[in-house]
Design a protein around this ligand. Structure first.
Ligand code: NAD
Length: 349
């Protein structure tokens, strides 16, 4: 598995990262904890995946607990880079205060059975009432923990792309990592199109792209009931998923699902190498194997171009998330935007 530098953090991470929210049952029950242990072990030992991402929010701390159990069986703490989050604890439960940051980090370390955390990110920052809370309270609290050596690097996560420049331009803290989700995938390339990817990369912030399957929109099974996408986006993704299943054999000679197209597209075709790692949700050993296999297979250009055409009417459609301050467009804040759709235009390597 190719490894890439994560901004200026000093960490080198696998191009495919292990998204552990499904281990908290976020998308449905997992096969078993034994199967999760096997998935984590094989991810590290057989496939060279070394980045794991979780949060106390996922499954009401269950993802951290299960992941901690899995990682504890690896033995070598240096074999992986472990990322978790602070600030979001339930669907409508947020606390970005400095006091909660410190307590949350200690609790996460206990559940994850580690003595240090490599990356701690402010989770879904758009839900803070004001950006000043993140810039002036949450990030400084995390920076103190970084200074003390309790955590290695600090970051931000959120859906609206404008949150990154808004906060980074106004905080005195050096932010190491930005985790964006659902904005670098088959139906949405706005992370690159908006100029935010270039902005982050040029600042030396390590960029993580999460949810390359758009939280289930780009799967045969479809999204979970809680998925916030607008109906048109859901309908176009479902139609594209059906089309891939029905036409894969005639295009490639083997069965292919939309997920097996969407994952390599996100990893290889978006971002020109400026995304350090793509975090895909892994719920089982079987899902891990499918995804590693999908990354190794060549991308079928006919399938890809047809799916991009089918998704064009809803390209870069997203959904509102968080407080009013975070809802404005990131594009006017950037010096120049990159050409929309540029990554989908040619044959991906
Ligand atoms: P995803 O798009 O990676 O996956 C969506 C669903 O598809 C999951 O149920 C996953 O198990 C399943 N899946 C994976 N591979 C598949 C395959 N080959 N075929 C069929 N189904 C497959 O969405 P995600 O899990 O939400 O995102 C990945 C990770 O990124 C999360 O686990 C989390 O660590 C991180 N993330 C963070 C934030 C944030 O910080 N705000 C938001 C979203 C995701």
């Amino acid at each position: 598995m190719e490894r890439r530098r994560l901004g200026s953090t000093g960490y080198t991470v696998s191009e495919l990262g292990f998204g552990a929210s499904p281990l908290g049952g976020v998308f449905g029950p997992i096969t078993s904890e034994e199967d999760a242990v096997r998935a984590v072990r094989e991810a590290v030992d057989a496939h060279g995946i070394n980045l794991f991402d979780t949060s106390p929010y996922y499954g009401n701390t269950e993802s951290e607990r299960v992941l901690g159990k899995c990682l504890s069986q690896l033995g070598d703490r240096d074999a992986y880079v472990l990322a978790t989050k602070v600030g979001r604890y339930g669907r409508d439960e947020f606390d970005y205060s400095a006091a909660r940051v410190r307590a949350s980090v200690v609790e996460s370390m206990q559940r994850l059975r580690v003595r240090r955390l490599d990356i701690v990110q402010c989770h879904d920052v758009e839900f803070a009432d004001r950006w000043q809370i993140i810039a002036e309270e949450t990030l400084p609290a995390l920076a103190r923990l970084r200074d003390e050596g309790v955590i290695g690097a600090i970051g931000l996560t959120g859906l609206p792309l404008s949150v990154y420049p808004t906060i980074l331009e106004h905080t005195a803290v050096e932010v190491d990592v930005a985790l964006s989700y659902c904005h670098a995938c088959l139906c949405d390339t706005s992370l690159a199109d908006s100029g935010v990817l270039r902005y982050l990369y040029e600042k030396g912030v390590g960029v993580l792209n999460a949810s390359p399957l758009c939280m289930g929109l780009l799967t045969e099974r479809g999204p979970p009931p809680w998925h916030p996408a607008p109906p048109a986006l859901k309908a176009h993704c479902a139609a594209a998923a059906r089309w891939v299943t029905e036409h894969a054999m005639e295009c490639t000679g083997t069965p292919v699902t939309i997920a097996e197209l969407a994952l390599p597209y996100a990893v290889r075709c978006v971002g020109d190498g400026r995304i350090a790692s793509t975090l895909v949700g892994i719920d089982s050993h079987a899902t891990l194997s499918k995804n590693v296999q999908a990354l190794r297979a060549p991308l079928n250009e006919r399938l890809l171009q047809q799916v991009l055409r089918m998704l064009a009417p809803v390209h870069n459609q997203s959904w509102p998330s968080g407080a009013a301050w975070a809802q404005h467009d990131a594009i006017p804040m950037m010096e120049g935007r990159e050409g929309a759709r540029e990554q989908g235009d040619g044959i991906c390597p």
